[in-house]
Ligand binder design. Structure first.
Ligand code: FES
Length: 149
């Protein structure tokens, strides 16, 4: 019998090769395509999701290691796209091309879950591993500060 993984509140069987990275299980198997492939090496943050609330790089996390865990993707962060970060992202027109932004928001959400009022320095430290080729860093920081209020 295959193991179960909970994704955005729904249980799914891990019915793929256990070495498959969570990113591809999400995208190819379950069609949660909000989570993006950037580097595939754990270096850019585009693929960030939450595993039991912790920001995790899904491109380097084998799905077999996640049996019994709760995964949240950008699709499951809020009911109607109304998480304070999503609202602040829209308000500040953060995205340019948008490709990295789901990972940015998921990483920021894990920061705010443990630190409701992060300083600028704490935001910089938490977000430094999430790369944006368009250079939207200032707007990302502003939006996180706004969502934290
Ligand atoms: Fe996973 Fe870059 S795609 S960290």
């Amino acid at each position: 019998m295959s193991e179960l993984i909970t994704i955005n509140g729904q249980a799914h069987e891990i019915d793929v090769d256990g070495d498959m990275p969570l990113l591809w299980f999400l995208r190819d198997k379950l069609e949660f395509t909000g989570t993006k492939f950037g580097c595939g090496s754990g270096l850019c943050g585009a693929c960030t999701v939450h595993v039991d609330g912790q920001a995790t790089r899904s491109c380097i996390t084998p799905v077999a290691t996640l049996a019994g865990k709760k995964i949240t993707t950008i699709e499951g962060l809020s009911e109607n796209g109304d998480h304070p970060l999503q609202k602040a992202w829209l308000n500040n027109k953060v995205p340019q091309c948008g490709y990295c932004q789901a990972g940015q928001i998921m990483n920021a959400a894990s920061l705010l879950a443990v630190n409701v009022a992060p300083s600028e320095e704490e935001i910089d430290t938490a977000m430094q591993g999430n790369i944006c080729r368009c250079g939207t860093y200032q707007r990302i920081k502003k939006a996180i500060g706004e969502a934290a209020q």
